[in-house]
Design a binder for this molecule. Structure first.
Ligand SMILES: O=C(O)CCC(=O)C(=O)O
Length: 258
């Protein structure tokens, strides 16, 4: 189980990341978490038809629920500032070893009854860039019962064999050593684009909301607008699997709302 965390700017965090392919950083204090929750409540209440943000929904045992919002930073200045400046951008740049820039962002809500994610690496879902890093900023405490992440340490050298929906093939999954990553609200779990990760469904009575920004090396360009354009075009052309499609790979296990 992951327990060790680092303060922002600690150079030892970079050494830890380079060895393990993930690192936990203390990002927000209690007041920061309260502020973040308020912003997330605002974003989740936006109506689909009022803007170009992308809300996705899943069917749960408790009815249809929001499972993801993407492309919200252009429409929410404080959260844009959080994800594109200060501790978040500095951490991404430190861990990448070069200046980073925001590539994309999503909120995974995993509300009570929400589904989990099959074992996957992120790299195949972002085929348009070479070098990127993602993280999970916990809005609520995440643990085994409400569907925290699980990661594999020291396994980010290559893209692993995949099944027909772009997730890690079952035989490989069974050979990997999965570690639970419980995270307190305000902590951030950074992970390499090839670090295998997965998560269970939310079987608790507590929501497990988290923001996942992805950063790319600025040396590859500021590609955020191009990403959303290409993603929407690809998703319109291909469907992957029978679950709710939120990504170019079929990692999300959520049931469609019919
Ligand atoms: O939020 C989760 O539980 C996992 C998310 C994830 O792996 C993803 O969105 O690629």
């Amino acid at each position: 189980m992951i327990v060790q965390s680092f303060l922002p700017g600690d150079v030892e965090a970079k050494a830890f990341f380079d060895e393990h392919g993930w690192v936990l950083i203390e990002t927000l204090d209690e007041q920061g978490v309260e502020q973040l929750r308020q912003w997330i409540d605002e974003i989740s209440a936006w109506r689909d038809e009022d803007g170009h943000w992308l809300h996705y929904r899943e069917m749960t045992d408790f009815g249809p629920k929001l499972c993801r919002t993407e492309n919200f930073t252009p429409f929410h200045e404080p959260i844009r500032e959080l994800l594109t400046t200060g501790v978040m951008l500095d951490s991404a740049s430190m861990l990448m070893g070069e200046q980073a820039v925001l590539y994309k962002e999503k909120i995974n809500y995993k509300l009570v009854g929400g589904a989990g994610y099959a074992p996957h690496q992120d790299a195949p879902a972002y085929p348009f860039i070479d070098s990127h890093i993602s993280c999970m900023v916990a809005i609520d405490d995440a643990d085994e019962v409400n569907g925290c992440l699980e990661v594999v340490s020291g396994c980010f050298g290559e893209v692993l064999p995949m099944n027909d929906v772009g997730c890690i093939s079952e035989i490989v999954v069974s050979r990997l050593k999965w570690e639970l990553a419980p995270i307190r609200a305000g902590q951030t779990l950074w992970f390499h684009s090839r670090t295998p990760h997965r998560s269970g469904s939310n079987n608790s009575d507590r929501d497990r909301r988290a923001i996942y920004p992805t950063y790319n090396a600025l040396s590859e360009g500021d590609l955020r607008d191009a990403y959303y354009e290409a993603k929407l075009e690809q998703m319109a052309k291909h469907t992957v699997g029978d679950n709710v499609q939120v990504s170019l790979i079929g990692d999300f296990q959520g049931r469609p709302v019919k």
